[in-house]
Design a protein around this ligand. Structure first.
Ligand code: GLN
Length: 484
């Protein structure tokens, strides 16, 4: 199946002219049309433009860049000029927000002639771990359609796993790339905070949001990262760090590499199948010549509480712009301005967004700022230091992505705290701002993918990609496909 090709494979075929960009785009479109009615991964389709762009790429014909002519989907928070962008929220959907500009990421992809095909489903404004808070309804897991695809980048993960595209863009504020990648059995890369530009991506929590990619292989993640990473004058939080050629260092193996297993990431209450799969992966690394070391990240137990003070605080501020005047849908009643805001926001936002606006407004209020927000910032520093100390001993860390494989649709909807606990292994990474790579490392007895994550020091994408690639070469988990 053409749409099942990896980026690297498709690039070879384009170069040798055994496939055209139009054929690849058509194959993806056909796949979306046949499987997405049930999956609900794709929420906006931009097929005519995609085919036109593919035609242009074929006409140019050089395919020098590995992403030239390669079709992708973007999570519905990436602005693309002239394409509806809604964050899967009624607040933008009802007014059909159409941005007049491109995000830096989609712009960089377009510059090398990658083909944008449309938008993928997400939790509303990326708040969630299951894609169930989307105004378009849940995305189903391609491995078992009674289960969630994870979230918030559930649409991107399901689309990659079901071969609806060759790669997809996502965002990760507390796990939203890594966890759905883990649930759907694909590769998910969350970069160092500031490695990629947030310009033109609708914000959730600005000090944690990071833009990344979901792919079929680690090599593909390295290819996309090399294209989208780097300083952006339009985002002052991007780092002025050189962007290495990740595809070059990928293949240097893990001999002598020190890999840490953080003891706080193997806890009571997690599915034993997840623990077994990750520990087996450590054995694979040992057999490849890496040294496995036990490490401790002692402040990990405070990460969820810290995250769920800082994130709602930033959310409450970022959501203020959706007031129905500048952004957001309009309502007819206009008696008083305050009443107008109330009506716009109460009819536009869903429950999870409202919950976070309330928690965040409370945590930031004059009387409670010191007790909650400032305290959380201090703990955040301790969590960051835990990682820094660990990276004095080891080159990277190996941990599970989530405590369980994909859960049933509806399993946590009535219990927000249960849903927040999904982020227990992923959120600390965003608080620290370091990179994480999620890759498949096994299957549960119900035939659901299990994911592991490799965590690296700040700006250390190279090492986790190298470690991920070595594991992928030694195992076959990433080659398994859901039957659809
Ligand atoms: N599940 C987390 C949350 O709800 C992570 C979301 C994300 O990374 N965008 O905040």
């Amino acid at each position: 199946m053409i749409s099942a090709l990896t980026i690297a494979q498709a690039h070879e075929r384009l170069k040798s002219k055994s496939l055209s960009a139009v054929e690849i785009a058509r194959a993806c479109i056909e796949r979306i049309e046949s499987v997405d009615k049930s999956l609900n991964a794709v929420v906006h389709r931009n097929f005519d433009r995609a085919l036109e762009e593919a035609k242009k790429a074929d006409k140019k014909g050089a395919f020098d860049h590995p992403l030239a002519g390669i079709p992708y989907l973007a999570k519905d928070v990436f602005c693309e000029e002239g394409v509806a962008t809604t964050a899967c929220s009624n607040v933008l959907r009802n007014k059909d927000f159409v941005p007049p500009f491109d995000s830096t990421t989609t712009k960089r992809l377009n510059t090398v002639n990658a083909i944008s095909m449309g938008k993928t489903n997400t939790d509303e404004f990326t708040m969630g771990a299951s894609t169930e808070t989307s105004c378009y309804g849940v995305t189903k897991n391609p491995w078992d359609q009674t289960r969630v695809a994870g979230g918030s980048s559930g649409g991107s993960a399901a689309a990659v796993a079901a071969d609806e595209c060759l790669f997809a863009l996502g965002t990760d504020t507390g796990g939203s790339i890594r966890q759905p990648a883990g649930f759907c059995g694909c590769t998910g890369l969350k970069v160092t905070y500031g490695r990629t530009s947030r310009y033109g991506v609708l914000s959730m929590a600005s000090s944690l949001d990071s833009i990344g990619v979901l792919t079929k292989t680690v090599e593909d993640a390295a290819i996309v990262l090399g294209t989208i990473a780097g300083k952006d004058p339009l985002d002052a939080t991007t780092g002025d760090m050189p962007v290495p050629d990740y595809t070059q260092t990928l293949k240097s193996g893990v001999k002598g590499l020190k890999i840490g297993l953080p003891k706080e990431y193997f806890i009571k209450g997690m599915d034993p199948q997840v623990e077994t799969a990750v520990r087996e992966a450590a054995k694979v690394y040992a057999s490849l010549g890496a040294k496995i070391v036990d490490v401790s990240l002692p402040h990990s137990p405070y990460a969820i509480a810290t995250y769920y003070v800082i994130v709602p605080s930033e959310v409450s501020s970022n959501m203020a712009r959706y007031d129905g005047v500048r952004f957001g849908h309009t309502v007819p009643e206009r008696d008083s301005l305050i009443e107008y805001y109330e009506r716009v926001r109460s009819s536009g936002f869903g429950d999870e967004v409202k919950r976070r606006i309330m928690i965040g407004t409370y945590a930031l209020s004059a009387g409670y700022y010191d007790a909650y927000y400032r305290q959380a910032q201090k703990v955040r520093t301790l969590i960051k230091r835990d990682f820094e100390k660990a990276f004095e001993q080891v080159d990277c860390l190996l941990a599970p992505v989530a405590p369980t494989p994909a859960f049933k649709i509806g399993a946590h909807t009535g219990d927000p705290v249960q849903m927040y606990l999904e982020d227990i292994f992923t959120a600390p990474v965003n608080l620290a701002g370091i990179p994480g790579l999620s890759i498949p490392c096994g299957f549960s007895k119900e035939n659901l993918p299990i994911g592991m994550q490799l965590l690296g020091p700040q700006w250390g994408e190279e090492v986790i990609l190298r470690a991920g690639y070595a594991y992928e070469q030694a195992t076959e988990w990433h080659e398994k496909k859901p039957t659809m």
